[in-house]
Design a protein around this ligand. Structure first.
Ligand code: CAA
Length: 404
């Protein structure tokens, strides 16, 4: 690594759609006990995207907020990757639109990554290795995870939807989390647990099998990580990929069993070491590629001051499947950075509107198939999808261009 110092996450922010569905309302509408969603799945609200809130608009919103809140100028970015499983085109990546909308430099490596919910982790780890190699030459990487999680209305997956984007600035001397570059535990297997054929907006999933695949991948990746990172300090907190809160609970039991703890001990440990990372997810739902990083944001928002200098673990799972377990150390001064980033702002009281069930179902019907024509969509959002033009090029509203 030569003279390169610590590498990791310097700043993090997220964006969510302006509307959410309360899971209590959904339980009534579907004739299900409210506790099944609240306690059985661990979700209380989920974000629902409107027609103008596509993965590009959500990504650009998160990225713009990140640059403004972290005090970084776009000219400092030399690498821009977007992890998504909600691609908007077979060829043109979400990252190209983001690059344009945020006014990033032309001397920049720009690409999109896909591996279900693992895509953003692949991008994040590539960025750390880009910096470690010396290629960054002092520049930073912008990594964004952006997805809209959709299952058929009335299907078992319906209460595990969500939408949102998480943006991360990756650099030397990070102000939030120093990552242990090159020491990860990985696992991959060709399975059909979750898939979204090219012609579909709603995902297909073998729900119970997907849970088994996640837990199996965690066991393997964690054991591999233990071999790479043997002898280090214990992990005081762990963030897991969170398709719904209860999944993190199941994950922690499996991971704890590898460490020799029984279920009762694992459950006690869960309250201290995992629960603080689940608050944002319980209000947003599954955001696929960004879910692990929303958990990290939630953890830092809740506990950054107490965690400065401490080592935490991260587990990323992408159906299909690929998984990676890795670790990092919360940076000295992280609490001040977290306060500056105002991480809870997108979920503050009054920031979002609660949808009625008929309004939610109407949104889903309207957005069921092809993208709208440009003349059919209007928006007040700083970054918004405005529809496609006659040549099927996607059109966006850019807060930066409009304000400038
Ligand atoms: N009070 C409290 N709990 C209740 C309850 C009640 N009244 N009624 C039911 N429950 C509990 C059940 O006991 C169960 O708990 P356990 O999991 O601890 O056994 C839980 O609620 C869920 O109920 P079901 O077992 O009946 O499950 P379901 O048929 O409703 O389906 C699901 C659950 C499989 C997660 C489904 O929502 C789904 O398919 N979701 C999408 C797939 C998914 O998220 N998979 C996760 C792993 S894959 C991954 O992580 C990648 C990704 O992001 C998609």
């Amino acid at each position: 690594m030569g003279s390169i110092e610590a590498i990791g996450i310097d700043a993090i922010t997220f964006s969510v759609p302006r509307s959410y569905l309360d899971l209590g309302d959904l339980a009534v509408a579907r004739g299900v006990a409210a506790d099944k969603y609240r306690l059985g799945l661990g979700v209380s609200q989920m974000a629902i995207a409107a027609a103008d809130e596509d993965p590009v608009a959500l990504a650009a919103g998160a990225g713009s907020r990140l640059l403004a809140a972290s005090g970084r100028d776009p000219s400092e970015i030399g690498f821009c990757a977007v992890g998504t499983e909600t691609a908007v085109d077979h060829s043109k990546p979400v990252s190209s639109y983001v690059h344009g909308l945020l006014g990033l430099p032309s001397r920049c490596r720009v690409f999109e990554t896909k591996h279900a919910c693992f895509g953003a982790t692949a991008a994040l780890l590539s960025a750390t290795e880009w910096i470690a190699s010396g290629a960054a030459r002092g520049r930073a990487a912008l990594i964004i995870a952006s997805d809209i999680a959709r299952y058929e209305i009335g299907s078992p997956g319906e209460p595990t939807q969500g939408a949102g984007a998480v943006a991360m600035l990756v650099s030397e001397r990070p102000r939030l989390l120093e990552l242990e570059v090159g020491r990860t535990g990985s696992f991959a297997r060709d399975v059909h647990d979750f898939w979204r054929p090219l012609h579909r907006k709603d995902a297909l999933v073998d729900g119970k099998f997907s849970v088994e695949c996640y837990l199996d991948a965690l066991g393997h990746a964690y054991r591999d990580w233990q071999e790479q990172a043997a002898g280090g300090e214990p992990l005081v907190r762990t963030c897991y990929h969170v398709p719904y809160g209860k999944m993190a609970h199941k994950a922690h039991r499996v991971r704890s069993s590898v460490d020799g703890l029984d279920e009762a001990a694992a459950d006690r440990d869960f309250e201290l070491t995992v629960a603080p990372s689940l608050r944002f997810a319980s209000q947003v739902g599954n955001i696929y590629a960004g879910s692990l990083y929303l958990a990290l944001a939630s953890l830092l928002h809740a506990e950054a001051a107490a965690l400065e200098g401490r080592r935490i673990g991260l587990f990323s799972y992408g159906s299909g499947c690929a998984a990676e377990f890795f670790a990092g150390r919360v940076a000295a001064g992280a609490a001040a950075m977290v306060a500056r980033l105002d991480l809870g702002a997108p979920l503050a009281p009054g920031a979002r509107a609660r949808l009625t069930i008929p309004a939610y179902e109407a949104l889903r019907r309207d957005d069921a198939s092809a993208d709208r024509r440009a003349s059919e969509v209007s928006s007040e959002r700083p970054f918004a999808f405005l529809g496609v033009d006659p040549a099927e090029r996607r059109r966006y509203m850019s807060g930066i261009l409009r304000d400038g």
